[in-house]
Design a protein around this ligand. Structure first.
Ligand code: GCU
Length: 337
């Protein structure tokens, strides 16, 4: 009995010593992190590691490591490991997560102006899209996140979104009637589907494969690289390239964490983000072409419907916004040359 007591005491002392050391190391890490000597920043997003946007973030992390001489590390958590896009945005606001990459559609609930980017057939082409994102409207929207706890770093190309369906190809907007279409967490995306005659169902990206498999929805919409890397094509075999929206991706940094970084660390991160945009834009074009080829090889039936018919079917949404701040912004975008 006495021996047992002694060994409990011994274990207690050892445990206590270990815990004290762990706490001390924790403080040291926290301190050195503050001085920029050894800083680990978490970045979470919902895409797979095979996705070109993930590759751009790996590039950004490498550049930060190089510029900082290895003192700043960006740790990437892909595949929705830390939650859906909305959940990641909330964690960024709270300072529980340093960085996230999200669609501008998911940002709409936090920065209302971002809604404009989800409007159908807003941009004439890729050049117009980048002209707007790099121009006054794009810069203003990125900066608008500051007021709600997010420092905007950059936009990434997310191409054009088109419909994919399980049971039959979508050849005209009329085919959408009675169809349940999964959309992102965005009021504008929902309104767009309703205007075109379908029934919108918001579902987080990470839950969509199962939702398609269980026929909770009849289809969804996305860009070719995401359709491929998510493997949704295993269930939905019809891809109709109506290219109804070009919704950019956004990389945002927690304002709380940003405010505690030295100007030098902030400059390294900003530079790495800007450099990753050039890398991503080139890669995106390449991967979009490759993804379409891979989808066809995988047995997906790709169709090219009459885009004008889809634009006409979605036009009442734009008309209903006339005179509102979003409608006025859309008008400014349309007249940007
Ligand atoms: C695109 C976008 C993602 C988004 C996804 C979706 O792939 O880049 O950020 O999560 O669409 O449909 O949810």
């Amino acid at each position: 009995m006495k021996r047992q007591c002694l060994s409990f005491l011994f274990v207690g002392v050892v445990l206590g010593a270990l815990l004290t050391t762990a706490a001390f190391v924790g403080i040291l890490r926290a301190r050195s992190a503050h001085e920029g000597a050894s800083l680990v920043l978490k970045l979470a997003h919902v895409q797979d590691q095979s996705h070109p946007v993930h590759a751009a973030m790996v590039f950004m992390a490498q550049r930060v490591a190089e510029l900082s001489g290895g003192t700043v590390e960006i740790q990437i958590f892909p595949n929705g490991q830390l939650g859906s896009e909305s959940e990641c945005i909330e964690q960024v606001q709270r300072g529980a997560l340093a960085i996230t990459k999200t669609s501008a559609a998911a940002m709409e609930g936090f920065v209302p102006g971002m809604a404009v980017f989800s409007l159908p057939y807003l941009f004439r082409d890729n050049e117009h899209y980048w002209q707007v994102l790099n121009g006054p409207i794009g810069r203003k929207m990125l900066a608008a996140g500051d007021a709600v706890g997010m420092h905007g770093l950059c936009y990434y190309d997310a191409g054009s979104r088109s419909f994919y369906t399980i049971a039959k190809p979508l050849l005209t907007p009329g085919d959408l009637h009675g169809m349940k279409i999964r959309v992102m967490q965005s009021r504008t995306a929902m309104d767009m589907i309703t205007t075109m005659g379908g029934s919108p169902t918001p579902i987080p990206f990470g839950e969509l494969y199962t939702a398609l498999q269980q026929r909770m929805v009849d289809g969804a919409e996305n860009n070719p690289p995401s359709f491929l890397s998510s493997r949704h094509y295993e269930v939905a075999k019809y891809f109709s390239l109506d290219e109804h929206a070009r919704v950019p991706d956004v990389v945002i940094f927690s304002r709380r964490i940003w405010a505690g970084l030295s100007p030098q660390v902030q400059a390294w991160i900003s530079q790495a983000a800007v450099e990753s945009v050039d890398f991503q834009r080139t890669l995106w074009q390449e991967k979009t072409r490759e993804s379409l080829d891979a989808l066809v090889k995988a047995g997906v039936q790709v169709t090219y419907p009459d885009v004008t018919a889809f634009a006409t079917a979605s036009a009442p949404l734009l008309e209903s916004l006339a005179g509102t701040p979003i409608g006025e912004m859309a008008e400014r975008i349309r007249t940007t040359r």
